[in-house]
Design a binder for this molecule. Structure first.
Ligand code: ADP
Length: 559
């Protein structure tokens, strides 16, 4: 009675497990293997249950054949599930291998139809077992043992994934083995507990392998969405091996085989990609049972970075463009006296060539010749000034990728570079710099210069006729802050929330592009800092740039 009850519950459980993949949204693969195994156990248990009720010899033979359908299919489905559970350890899904293993099982089963006597005689109690029975059992145990090896691999991984899943898997593997052995050795008489124990095993495997949700089994690790995504997606299990890789990840990493490889190595590869800039975002994968693996999203940022660089260059040139009037003035001043001086030197040279050789020079000509040295020195100084100015402009407008590298840099140095650019067009007392002693910040210096210059140009433009701009550098909350304050128009309260938006400008066409502040804001963020704006009480605006201090143990930049 107890045995029959056990068989009945097994039929219920295995029947449900066999239908499970149809009902749940979980993926194929492992679930299909489990349901095939559950179906085999269900067939076996049903036949066993009917056999308990007895019947004619013919009926018993029909039921035996039915029973053996389950019993012969079981080791193959067991092996299939074991292969799927240990996926990643084995390169292929084992399809061919499983099909090959199914052939002898099918052969044994067909023997039952055309040579049942070779199987033994079940009409006697205990049944008389024939040579095919022994051979079939031997074959079954061989398949089961290979499956155990693969389950062992899966179990090693599950130990990391979930503490409950590991014992469930070990019990699932051991219980039917022990039960079947005891029965075959004759300890349990005619009661074969194997189908019941296989039902228990299927349930435990469901908990241990499927519900433990090795990362590869997660529903989101699959489907058309992943296949069509432009971003690369890699999913690894707790052992760190990749179990899911979508087509985009193959494209981005230029690798044909990703599944089964260590996730960390692939992440390194993405970060060191020779000609693409790949952004890597990594996150832990969790199910109700806790962490089961890790996910990585790979995004190709190459084009976006090119566009951002082009935009940065445009903003640089815009600042230079605004300073053009001042630059023209700066160049024109020395040019004027260089021209006069060259005229004087030309006249002198002409007069000297006209003078009679061997005669005393006229006093006026002698004085002019004596002054020539000074005129040349003054001219050279003017040429140097122009050359220096051109060099400053060139180094600012030029985009060198090395300039974008973060290194410890004194903020005051970047401020001075920007101020010296801005002063080209304005009287030097218009811009005042107050600097307290501050630690270096970890940033790309050229980007800092760009931010400060943008703030200065805006401050100058907002100030009208009489600019008065103050820059104050001070230590602030674990970093360094720079406050750029002007006494200009201030920012309209309605516009204040939008000033950092791209293309937001209150300036007329041809005067503003609305790029300066949004780029400055992005650059500040890229360097781990912040940029904020507010109006001053007495009129005018203040922009506050905050940057974190560089770690004390970072090598300071030379120069
Ligand atoms: P643009 O200068 O090309 O307009 P920005 O992004 O540099 O672009 O600035 C956006 C807007 O922010 C400006 O049009 C202006 O309205 C406002 N703004 C920026 N700096 C100041 C300032 N110092 N005083 C007043 N308004 C400012």
């Amino acid at each position: 009675m107890l045995y029959e009850l056990g068989l009945l519950s097994t039929i219920a459980i295995t029947g449900w497990l066999a239908l499970d993949p149809l009902l749940s949204t979980a993926s194929r693969g492992r679930s299909m293997a489990l349901s095939a195994m559950a179906l085999a156990a269900c067939i076996w248990a049903s036949a066993e249950l009917l056999l308990q009720r007895g019947g004619s010899a013919d009926e018993i033979w029909v039921l035996r054949r039915f029973l053996y359908l389950g019993a012969c299919a079981l080791p193959v489905t067991w092996l299939w599930l074991a292969f799927r559970a240990a996926r990643g350890f084995h390169r292929s899904s084992g399809g061919w291998f499983i099909a090959l293993c199914a052939l002898p099982s099918a052969l044994f089963y067909s023997c039952l139809w055309w040579a049942p006597e070779l199987y033994g005689d079940w009409s006697v109690v205990p049944p008389k077992r024939g040579p095919f029975f022994v051979a079939n059992v031997g074959w079954t145990w061989l398949l089961i043992s290979v499956g155990i090896v693969y389950f062992g691999v899966a179990a090693r991984r599950l130990r990391q994934a979930s503490s409950g899943a590991f014992p469930a898997l070990v019990t699932a593997v051991m219980v039917p083995m022990v039960g079947n052995l005891l029965y075959l050795l004759g300890f349990l008489g005619t009661f074969d507990p194997t189908p019941i124990l296989l039902g228990v095993a299927a349930l435990l495997l469901r908990v241990g392998v499927i519900d433990a949700g090795l990362a590869s089994h997660l529903p989101f690790g699959r489907g058309d969405l992943l296949d069509q995504l432009e971003a690369g997606v890699l999913v690894s299990d707790m052992s760190g091996e990749v179990v899911v890789a979508n087509p985009a990840s193959h494209r981005l990493l230029r690798e044909e085989r990703l599944v089964g490889r260590p996730l960390d190595a692939l992440v390194d590869r993405a970060l060191c990609h020779p000609d693409r800039s790949i952004e890597v975002r990594r996150f832990p994968l969790r199910t109700g049972m806790g962490e089961v693996g890790a996910g990585v999203v790979l995004t190709d940022r190459t084009e976006a970075e090119h566009a951002a660089r082009r935009l940065q260059l445009a903003a640089r040139l815009e600042a230079v463009g605004y300073l053009t009037a001042g630059i023209a003035h700066e160049v024109n001043n020395p040019l004027a006296y260089i021209r006069t001086n060259l005229g004087q030197l030309g006249d002198l040279a002409e007069a000297l060539t006209k003078a009679e050789p061997g005669t005393e020079l006229e006093p006026e000509l002698r004085d002019r010749a004596a002054e020539a040295g000074e005129v040349v020195a003054e001219t050279r100084e003017g040429v140097e000034r122009i050359a220096h100015l051109v060099e400053r402009l060139r180094s600012f407008a030029r985009h060198d990728p090395d300039d974008d590298r973060a290194a410890p840099v004194p903020l005051v140095r970047a401020v001075e570079r920007a101020v010296s650019m801005a002063r080209v067009g304005f009287a030097s007392d218009v811009i005042r710099v107050q600097a307290e002693s501050t630690p270096p910040v970890l940033a790309a210096e050229s980007q800092l210069v760009q931010i400060v210059l943008n703030l200065l140009v805006n401050a100058i433009q907002a100030s009208g006729e009489d600019p008065d701009i103050e820059l104050a550098i001070a230590p602030d909350a674990g970093g360094v802050s720079l406050r750029v304050s002007d006494r200009g128009s201030g920012i309209d309260e309605d516009a204040l929330p939008n000033v950092f938006d791209p293309f937001f400008t209150t300036k007329g066409p041809g005067q503003g592009t609305g790029l300066g502040l949004s780029l400055s804001y992005d650059l500040a963020r890229q360097n781990g800092g912040r940029l904020a704006a507010h109006n001053r009480k007495g009129g005018g605006a203040t922009f506050v740039l905050w940057l974190p201090a560089a770690e004390a143990d970072v090598e300071p930049q030379a120069g």
